[in-house]
Structures are given as C-alpha cells and as structure tokens.
Design a protein around this ligand. Structure first.
Ligand code: ADP
Ligand code: MG
Length: 601
C-alpha cells in the first residue's frame, strides 16, 4: 500500500497563539475575566466593564490602575510576556491573579483589540491596535489615568469557534455570573457594568474594606437578604472568612456557592464537601445551601498553575485545608444555633445575620413554617421558655393550673395534645406554643443518648438471642467493630453466617435490627469504604440507629408519653433538629399568631 510520508510542520506563532486561545478563551466571559484580572493586578480601585451583544460585539474594560509604561505597551501583547513573575519560584509568593503573560496575546489572536494606557509616572498616554493586519505602531493618546482595553468581534477569525457561541443573552449571563465573583471578593473596588449602553451594576466601594474580606454590604446586595452567618477563622496559617447561609434556608437545587483561594475564584469539590460536612447535623441530606468563602494561605502551599483558566488549584496538603473549613463552618453553626447558646447568641445573631425576623416572617418558606426555631425571634427563645418553666417549677403551683398537674412536674404546660398522630402541640403559660415532630424528636433524643457514650443507656437482654443472617464480609465487618456496637449497648455473638443479637438499648427492643444493620452497610457505596471511613461515619451510624426508635410518625401517644418526649427533648443539647437535620420543633408565640390574624390586641 502506498502511503504519503507525513510532513512535519513547524507551527507559526499566530497558529500557536490561536491554539492556546482555545484553552484560555472559551467565550466572551473568558476575555472579561482576563481583562478584569489585569485591572485588579494593576491595583485599580475603579473598574468599568462595557459589553455589547453578550460581549460578542464588544467588551471594554477601563481601570484607574497603575497603567503600562510606554516602553512596555507593545511587548505586553507578546506571548509569555508578563511583569508579574520572572522565575518559576516566584509562583511561591505570587498573589496576583495573572502570571502566565498569555492573556493579551491570546485575545489579540481571536479578536480586534485596542489598548490605551497611561503609566502613573508618565505624562502622556499611549495607544496600540491589533487587527487582522497585525499590530500598529504605538502612538500618543489622551488618557487621564489607568488602562482601557477594547475588544471587538470575538472569534471573527475562527469561524469554528464563533459557531459555538450561545445566544447573546446566555453569553451575557456568563459574564454577569463571572463578575459576581469579583463584586463579592473585592469590596474595595468600585465596579460599573454597562450592558448594551445601559448601566446595570454600579457598586461603589465599601468604606474601609479590603480585598478578600467579604463584606455584608456586597453579599446582601448581590445575593439577596438571606439569613447569613458570619464565618471567620484564623489559625495554623489558614485564614478563612465569608458568610454561610442559615441552615433553614436550604433548598434542593444548586445554590449560590462561591469559593475563593487567595481572592481568586476557584472550584474545588473537596472544599465544597468540607463545607457540607460542617453543616451535616443541620441540613437534610442532599439539600443545598448558599455560601461565600475565601481562604487565604501562604501561596507556597498551593499550586495555582494547574488549569488553563486557573479555575482550579492544587493544595500541598488538601486535608489540612478541608478540616479547617469544616471546623470553621461547624463552629459558626454551633455558636449561632446551639441550644446552649441560644440566649447569649441572641445579640450576636442580630449582628451577624442580615435579615431580621420581620424579613423572614414576610417571606414564607416552602418547607418550614415561617418561624421555626431556627429563627429565634427576639421576644423569647426556647431557652427562655425552658428557664421560665424551671422557675415555675420552683415556685409553688398556682391553683389555676391544678387540673393540668397530672404529673405535677409540668405546671408551665397549659395544654398538650397530638395532631394527626404525628405532631405534639404544647401550649405554655407564657404564651408560647411548640409543635413537635414526634418522630424527629425521638430520633434526636436517642441520637444524643447513643452519642453520650451509653452512660445512661438501659439495656434490654433478649432471653432468646435474635438471629440475623448476613453475608460473610458483613459478619467480618461487625466482628471488627464489635466494641463500637457493644459500647452502644448492642451485643452479639457470631455464628457462621449469622449473628446472634443478645442485647440492645431498651428504646430499640422492638426495632428491626436486620434492617438497621442493612442501612448501616448502605451508608457507603461498599463495605471497604465503610470500613475505611467508619470512625468518621460514627454520627451517621448513630443517626441511622436512632431513626429506628419506637416512637414513630402515625402512632398515637398517651399524654404521659407526650410529656415524657417533651421533657426529654428539652434536655437535649440541640433540640432543634433531628440527627438528619430536619427540624424537630416549630415554635410560635401568641404574638406571632395574633400578627397572622392581623389582630393587635
Ligand atoms: P499576565 O497578566 O499573566 O502578566 P497578560 O497578558 O494578561 O499577562 O498581561 C501582560 C502584561 O501587561 C501584564 O503583566 C501587565 O504588566 C500588563 N498589563 C496588562 N493589562 C494591564 C492593566 N489593565 N494595567 C496595567 N498593566 C497591564
Ligand atoms: Mg493577565
């Protein structure tokens, strides 16, 4: 067979640039990103972005930064030409957004460009143009301060790319979504965005703000008045700041989540996971939450040069970062939401969460009642209610409530009854009302009991051990973790393909342990993963077991068991939610009920 010899072609610099552009410049938003990065690196405090037709016809970025010296203007457009690094080690101390020196050159290879800039210590501005005929000579131009880059006809010379552009509307949306990152992370910069000649964003700089210090003003302005909690931690060389949404604002669809590393927007599944890990006891499984998090670390500990558009980074020690984030999130949530701190955090919460109770009251939530416990209205908190009830217990019982004192420990309770065999309604003398989800409450109570190292577990001994058949590897797994289970009051012997259950905590005497074990095995994709992560999954195992409590939804309860459940729930460390994160109590005050009926007396 005849075959022509392949010829090796040395590619011209133009083609090399166009190929490189394919990676860096995906769409108009990529150009906006490179230009805004350059303006920020030039220490600008005001940046104006103009886009026409979704950036396809025009992108113009003007800044008031340091500008480009006359002698550099022409070479700034050469590939691999940068003022930001000199040698590879410089990446170890790099805090600028750019460093590859390829943005301007790749932009000129896919569009027509005009740049006007005045260097701060020079008197005159200079201009240079790029088009299909190559670059123009540098000429003087009127310019007060900073740099303006004007980009027209993107991909005009690469039809294959042009074809893949979406509608102007979609391209504009991509640009806006990109810019939102900068609006959030640089409160120290005044941004103005023009869309087809009209101003759509004009956000003056936040007084006394610093780059990378996420500000309440910008978060409220651009993400709406969510109930956000301030996130902050600083230790072991990892500084974290930002805002995380109140757990009650969770939703099922993807949310506004922003991760920054040294002020650079990035995506990172590990960080994302760590944030959700931090939320795990407060959020129903699989639900999404809003957050804006900036992590500042020594640039030496991270490689920012692993992605063509620098959207991903590689950490030297990712797990240190992840655990710092998880801890920071947990700490914020525990501090703001834990039952113990309900009272003391009242003032902090008002400081740290943007929206007032009133805002939320007027904005009904799909899943939760308008004023579930998470909201902690000012008038009183659960803790108040409990303190109040304890005080009442101390003082002598008033005859008025005698009729309710069947087990005389509850003289603060006016009324307790069940709704739909599912919820317990408790009316208190101090005009508070609780609606308790009986199953969620029982789960919470058992979860805390089991977590408490079985101190006050009552054990049920089976006269005849309960036989459960299992697969070989499951039995091996249980054998390995025998101690873990026996600490929970779950003791068993192993016999070939079976385990013989000898004891369980009393609450679970009637539970289906075949099913409980099955659900535990299901916590991970496979048993070896479960084995590996078992320590970390401890809480999930406890939550799984707790779910099989004897108090179920749909079950009729006696007044005694209702009182008992209420009593034990109110002693929990976190009575707000079940261990899966669903709410356990919805508290209402008479005020709120009156308000709902527009009653003022
Ligand atoms: P990089 O940002 O990686 O250095 P670029 O191609 O984006 O590479 O820019 C090349 C150089 O041009 C920069 O290093 C900087 O010196 C200069 N430059 C580009 N844009 C601006 C600007 N808006 N203000 C000041 N200098 C700029
Ligand atoms: Mg750059």
């Amino acid at each position: 067979m005849y075959m022509q010899k392949p010829k090796l072609n040395k590619l011209s610099p133009e083609i090399i640039n166009q190929i490189a552009a394919g990676e860096v410049i995906e769409r108009p938003a990529s150009i906006v990103k490179e230009l805004v990065d350059n303006s920020i690196d030039a220490q600008s405090t005001k940046i104006e972005i103009k886009v026409k037709n979704g950036g396809i016809d025009l992108i113009e970025v003007s800044d008031n930064g340091i500008g480009i010296p006359k002698e550099n203007i022409s070479s700034a457009f050469d590939s691999h030409t940068t003022s930001k690094i000199e040698k590879i080690e410089d990446l170890n101390t790099l805090l600028s957004l750019g460093f590859r020196g390829e943005a301007l050159s790749t932009i000129t290879s896919v569009s027509r460009v005009k740049l006007v800039s005045k260097f701060q210590s020079e008197d005159l501005g200079n201009e240079i143009n790029y088009n299909e005929n190559g670059k123009s000579l540098v000429k003087s131009a009127a310019k007060e301060q900073g740099t303006t880059v004007n980009v027209e006809n993107i991909f005009y010379n690469i039809p294959a790319r042009f074809k893949y552009l979406k509608t102007a509307q979609t391209e504009y949306r991509k640009i806006y979504e990109l810019l939102l990152n900068y609006f959030l992370i640089f409160p120290n910069i005044h941004f103005i965005l023009y869309k087809d000649g009209k101003i759509v964003v004009d956000t003056s700089l936040v007084p006394n703000s610093k780059a990378g210090e996420i500000s309440e003003e910008r978060v409220t302005k651009f993400l709406g008045s969510h109930n956000f909690l301030k996130l902050f931690s600083d230790g072991a060389g990892i500084k974290i700041n930002g805002y995380i949404a109140h757990p009650s604002t969770h939703k099922s669809k993807s949310s506004n989540s922003y991760i920054f590393l040294n002020n650079r927007p990035i995506t990172d599944r590990g960080i994302m996971r760590a944030i959700y890990e931090g939320y795990s006891r407060y959020l129903p499984y699989g639900e999404k939450i809003d957050f804006i998090v900036n992590i500042n670390i020594n640039p030496e500990l991270v490689d920012v040069n692993v992605h063509p558009r620098k959207e991903e980074v590689r950490f030297e020690n990712p797990f240190r970062i992840y655990s710092a984030i998880e801890e920071a999130v947990k700490h914020t949530l525990n501090k703001e939401l834990s039952f113990e701190n309900t009272n003391s955090s009242e003032s902090k919460l008002n400081e740290n969460s943007f929206s007032s109770f009133r805002d939320r009251f007027n904005k009904p939530k799909k899943e939760y009642g308008q004023n579930n416990l998470y909201l902690k209205n000012k008038s009183s908190s659960v803790k108040d209610t409990l303190l109040f009830s304890k005080e009442l217990l101390k003082s002598s019982s008033s005859p008025e409530y005698d009729s309710f004192q069947q087990n005389n420990d509850h003289n603060d309770i006016v009324n307790i009854f069940q709704l739909f065999n599912k919820y317990i309604v408790v009316e208190f003398v101090n005009e508070n009302l609780w609606i308790i989800d009986q199953h969620a409450a029982a789960e919470r109570i058992n979860f805390e009991k089991l977590s408490n190292n079985s101190k006050d577990l009552d054990i049920q001994n089976f006269l005849v051990p309960v036989e459960l058949s299992m697969k070989k590897e499951e039995i091996l797994f249980l054998e390995e973790n025998k101690k873990f289970f026996s600490d929970l009051g779950i003791q068993f012997d192993i016999k070939k393909e079976k385990i013989l259950l000898k004891t369980v905590p009393v609450e679970f005497a009637n539970s289906d342990f075949q099913k409980i074990f099955y659900e535990i095995f299901e916590l991970e994709e496979n048993l070896s993963l479960l084995k590996k992560n078992f320590k970390k999954l401890r809480d999930d195992v406890l939550a799984t077991i707790s779910c099989h409590t004897s108090v179920r939804s749909g079950q009729k309860l006696t007044r005694e068991s209702m009182l008992d459940l209420y009593e034990r729930l109110s002693k929990c460390e976190n009575p707000y939610s079940c261990p899966h994160g669903r709410p356990a109590i919805w508290r209402l005050t008479l005020d709120e009920i009156d308000h709902n009926f527009e009653r003022t007396y």
